[in-house]
Design a protein around this ligand. Structure first.
Ligand code: PLP
Length: 402
């Protein structure tokens, strides 16, 4: 029996449902997709059956500068050899905070945690602490983590948990105005994504007028503009993702790519929120780990030396142009959305992503790991040669799709 099937059988006995969360391939993923991997290098992955893939999921975002990036691993290993976890943080926490404050325009302070959901939750708490008001506006369908306040998709969270989280439609000024007016006097913050990157939907770039209106409402109501840059951070810009729109958040949440896969999240904020941050108690056993912080500094160096966002954008655009040409030639209607660094590929008239799932399964057999309904991720480890090899594989996949 192949190793992946054997591990799946064993997992089914000792892990509820066989696997959980976004990394389970058991639900709605192509049957060809392996569940377990053995090795990763650059933008290449090897599954436990020995198959190699050019990877366009990048661990769902954390890998931004290549798996096993030698410079980043060396920085983390050197720090780990000296000190990783102790009764207090290492000096590197200050180095990293200074680095982020220098790099990100709105940031006047930084603090660190482990997961994106820690970071978004800290932002929510900090916004409420400063304003002494309860309500946060959250875009319908947006993902800010799986913690109870942000979890709208599973059992285990009573609806009362969401009483102080009120919905609006991303990119829709009217709906935002309505939502804000309903909670006037009680608004602590508005949380926004870098752009609309909800899984299962075509992606939408942020409308500058919408971003402007979010800022105005937050200013009028003395509420926090919270930018959730966990997924998009460092792929679109080395600054916060809304900086290109000329809009500064008050608080921003970071995670995923910030340390190229070492466990680290960050909250950045401006001086309006500095004092409030000192009034909330947030912490975690592993939040002060030094090795991921050293990895983060090296990741920021690598991304700035390579001009990462531009490089990823160029490679993503090559992939997108190639897929478009192939789909036309093979007679398939595809819809590509989102920024080229984080592209989404879906098929026309495919509401249940059945064609997408079939296509991705065929591409996987040809050695390319795509996603049928979630945004994908480029990294600085992808090369033009990888894109070329990918396009050879997808050409074959389109052909076989018929
Ligand atoms: C936009 C966004 N916010 C928050 C999170 C939560 O991050 P984590 O999974 O690290 O807790 C994610 C994770 O996918 C995300 O994409």
């Amino acid at each position: 029996m192949e190793r992946d099937s054997e591990l799946k059988d064993r997992a089914a006995r000792v892990i509820p449902g066989g696997m959980y969360g976004h990394m389970s391939v058991l639900k709605r993923m192509p049957p060809e997709y392996p569940q377990f991997f053995e090795r990763a290098e650059g933008c290449h992955l090897w599954d436990v059956n020995g198959n190699e893939y050019i990877d366009y999921m990048c661990s769902y975002g954390p890998m931004i500068a290549g798996y096993a990036n030698p410079r980043i691993c060396a920085a983390a290993d050197a720090q780990r050899a000296q000190l990783d976890i102790a009764n207090g943080p290492a000096a590197v926490i200050v180095d990293l905070a200074e680095r982020l404050v220098d790099q990100v325009s709105h940031a006047e302070w930084a603090m660190f945690a482990k997961n994106g959901n820690d970071a978004t939750t800290i932002c929510v708490m900090c916004a409420r602490a400063r304003s002494d008001k309860p309500v946060i506006l959250v875009a319908n369908g947006a993902y800010h983590g799986a913690q109870p306040w942000a979890n709208y998709m599973s059992k285990g969270t009573p609806s009362e948990e969401h009483r102080n989280f009120q919905p609006y439609e991303f990119n829709n000024v009217t709906s935002l105005d309505e939502a804000a007016s309903k909670v006037q006097g009680r608004l602590a913050g508005i949380i926004v994504s870098a752009f609309r990157h909800d899984a299962g939907h075509h992606q939408e770039l942020t409308d500058p007028e919408f971003a402007q209106r979010v800022r105005e409402i937050c200013d009028q109501e003395e509420a926090a503009l919270i930018l959730d840059d966990v997924r998009a951070g460092l792929r679109l810009s080395l600054d916060a993702s809304w900086s290109a729109l000329g809009i500064n958040p008050d608080l921003s949440a970071w995670g995923k790519g910030i340390a190229n896969g070492e466990p680290l999240a960050a909250v950045l904020g401006n001086d309006l929120y500095r004092e409030a941050m000192t009034t909330i108690f947030v912490t975690g056993s592993f939040w002060y780990q030094a090795a991921p912080m050293a990895a983060a500094i090296e990741t920021l160096d690598v991304l700035s030396e390579l001009n990462g966002p531009t490089l990823m954008g160029r490679l993503g655009q090559q992939l997108r142009d190639g897929l478009y040409e192939q789909a036309q030639r093979h007679g398939h209607g595809i819809i590509q959305s989102g920024p080229p660094q984080m592209p989404t590929l879906m098929f026309e008239n495919d509401p249940r992503a059945e064609t997408g799932i079939a296509f991705c399964g065929l591409a996987a057999k040809e050695g390319v790991y795509l996603h049928p309904w979630h945004n994908m991720f480029l990294s600085t480890a992808h090369t033009e040669d990888d894109i070329q090899r990918t396009l050879e594989a997808t050409d074959e996949a389109f052909r076989k799709l018929g």
